[in-house]
Write a protein that binds this ligand. Structure first.
Ligand SMILES: Nc1ncnc2c1ncn2[C@@H]1O[C@H](COP(=O)(O)OP(=O)(O)OP(=O)(O)O)[C@@H](O)[C@H]1O
Ligand SMILES: [Mg+2]
Length: 242
């Protein structure tokens, strides 16, 4: 296969053709009608190459990490059967956003950037991405109430992605503010979808510990809200940084 060439979707979605899969089940989701799985995969391979300058690796972990995202964005009911979806801590639904928890270097940022790029062309899936650190830096640059209004207007979108939450410091701007906590709380009140990524808090790779650490960071009320706002996804695998 040539560099940048799209790859057969069966490599990623081989399970779809397994006997246990209900291929014939009707899918009434609106995203399904906008773009098929194969089309999305072709775009994803192309965009991954364009953005990251390499062909996407399809090892077992990467495939599972990608599948859960594809199923989610395509509103394919196989999402609910995904190994990487945590089902015992809250109730998964397509109405919720995502919190993706994983180790370092396994594609959390890279994949969401690709989806952001692709979905720019589809208004019902479109989202804008920011890193938590970038948001803090931008907020700290605000020197007037108008600047702060502009800042909040910028992120007042139906869907946003905040990368690497928990890694940022509190924002300092005439007082210390727990900016990401405030943004989460605002978005909860407005019923806006949020996609979040975060790293495991410790080497045990424990989801509950990681969520509790976020709870400590962003406050108990936001901790509680996260369960109502986000499907909990775990990414597995080793760092792909070379
Ligand atoms: N499936 C993949 N195939 C090829 N390269 C990949 C794949 N997934 C990730 N990478 C590459 O691995 C590197 C790390 O990916 P990324 O930055 O997305 O990790 P991350 O999970 O966000 O890590 P961190 O927690 O440190 O932010 C990047 O160079 C990315 O392009
Ligand atoms: Mg990252």
């Amino acid at each position: 296969m040539r560099i940048g060439e799209t790859q057969p979707i069966r490599e990623v979605f081989s399970l779809i053709s397994s006997p246990t899969s209900k291929k014939t089940k009707p899918n009434t989701s609106k995203s399904k009608t906008i773009i098929t799985k194969q089309q999305l995969w072709n775009l994803f391979c192309n965009d991954f190459f364009k953005i990251h300058g390499k062909v996407i690796t399809q090892n077992e972990d990467a495939i599972e990490n990608l599948k859960v995202l594809f199923y989610y964005f395509l509103e394919d009911s196989d999402f609910f059967k995904s190994k990487n979806l945590i089902k015992h801590l809250n109730e998964p639904t397509f109405n919720k956003g995502l919190i993706i928890i994983g180790g370092v270097g396994i594609g959390k940022t890279a994949y969401l950037k690709c989806f952001e790029n692709i979905f720019h062309r589809f208004s019902s899936l479109r989202f804008k991405g920011y890193s938590a650190k970038h948001l803090v830096r931008e907020f700290e640059k605000c020197t007037s109430p108008l600047d702060k209004d502009l800042f909040y207007n910028e992120i007042d979108r139906k869907r946003i992605f905040i990368d690497d939450i928990g890694s940022e410091k509190d924002a300092s701007n005439y007082g210390i503010i727990n900016l990401i906590g405030e943004i989460i709380s605002d978005r909860y009140d407005k019923n806006q979808k949020t996609f979040l990524t975060t790293n495991f808090i410790n080497a045990n790779h424990n989801v509950e510990d990681t969520l509790q650490a976020l709870g400590k960071r962003y406050g108990h009320r936001n901790y509680d809200r996260l369960f109502e706002m986000c499907n909990i996804i775990v990414f597995t695998g080793q760092s792909m940084r070379k």
